[in-house]
Design a protein around this ligand. Structure first.
Ligand code: C5P
Length: 299
């Protein structure tokens, strides 16, 4: 198979930012087993990237640090997104010709930071651009939630509060914040973590409207999936303790884990923490980056 190293030759390049659950409250459960959430979500500058170009026939290729963990011939959320979008456009009489999609996989797999969902959302955005397609928002929303509970929030790609199983999205104002992502490179099964929850009826998110000190306000929040995930994956405690021993103001697990994040008052502090942790755990994944904020001012 031809190896594609760069996205420079692609007609459209889309970012697939990592999704961070700054807080995740499990507030109930639907009859079909899915859990009702109240989650504060943001995204980071660091993430996967997709390149998209017209091609004689459909093609999907993968590169990047974590690309080897995926097989381009297997069922993948990116190709599923392509197929469902193409079908929806065809129903509206719009053309969706063959496409080469290349995924640069920079995010660890099954790690609680969006990964496949971010890639699927980026594929939807990129293909709509490439194909010059237009769909009613309701049709796009239905495709997104059909691909996975995290895809609608990844499609929004901005700070938000997600309710329902993830499909009820309310934009929220959050500042950009220096952040370190840390993962022990152990995949955690999302269904297993939800199954191991001790309580499914927890209090909702309680975030001050416009806190003077964002980091203190965020430090008071929680992720209800963290206790069961810690039970299933003991490395989470090691990685969270490692982050807590740095100058971090907030340390928490994202999604169903195992990625933990830490928020810092400055980029220098975040970079120093990531460098120190990398020395201690050379085989684990660390990234110092910034969250995509949309309000001015200091965190
Ligand atoms: O929708 P997605 O395929 O990403 O969900 C993976 C699994 O995570 C589901 O099968 C379900 O077990 C669990 N889940 C849940 N409640 C949610 C989201 C996911 O129970 N809100």
């Amino acid at each position: 198979m031809q190896v594609v190293d760069s996205l420079s030759g692609f007609a459209v390049v889309e970012q697939a930012p990592a999704k961070i659950n700054l807080a995740l409250c499990v507030v109930g459960q639907r009859e079909d087993g899915y859990h009702l959430l109240d989650s504060l979500v943001t995204f980071t500058a660091f993430g996967d990237r997709l390149g998209l170009s017209s091609a004689p026939e459909d093609r999907f290729t993968i590169s990047g640090r974590f690309g080897a963990a995926l097989d381009a011939d297997d069922d993948n959320l990116v190709t599923r997104a392509r197929d469902r979008l193409r079908r929806a456009l065809a129903e509206q009489g719009q053309d969706a010709p063959p496409v080469h999609i290349h995924l640069e996989k920079n995010l660890p797999i099954a790690s609680g930071i969006g990964g496949g969902s971010a890639d699927a959302a980026a594929a939807l955005r990129g293909l709509l651009t490439l194909w010059r397609g237009t769909l009613p928002q309701s049709v796009l929303d239905a495709i997104a939630i059909g691909l996975g509970a995290d895809v609608p929030m990844c499609l929004a790609g901005r700070p938000l509060i997600a309710c329902g199983i993830g499909e009820e999205i309310t934009p929220v104002a959050l500042p950009a914040m220096p952040i370190v992502l840390a993962n022990p490179l152990v995949g955690v099964s999302t269904p297993a973590v939800f199954k191991a929850l001790a309580c499914r009826d927890n209090p909702p998110l309680d975030l001050e409207a416009r806190p003077a000190d964002w980091l203190s306000a965020l430090a008071r929040l929680r992720n209800d999936l963290e206790p069961p995930a810690r039970q299933l994956c003991p490395d989470i405690a090691v990685i969270a303790d490692g982050l807590a021993a740095t100058d971090a103001r907030v340390v928490r697990m994202s999604g169903s884990g195992a990625t933990c994040f830490a928020l810092y008052p400055s980029m220098e502090a975040a970079e120093a923490a990531a460098a120190a942790l990398k020395q201690k755990h050379p085989h684990w994944f660390f990234a110092a980056t910034i969250t995509l904020g949309d309000v001015d001012g200091e965190a």
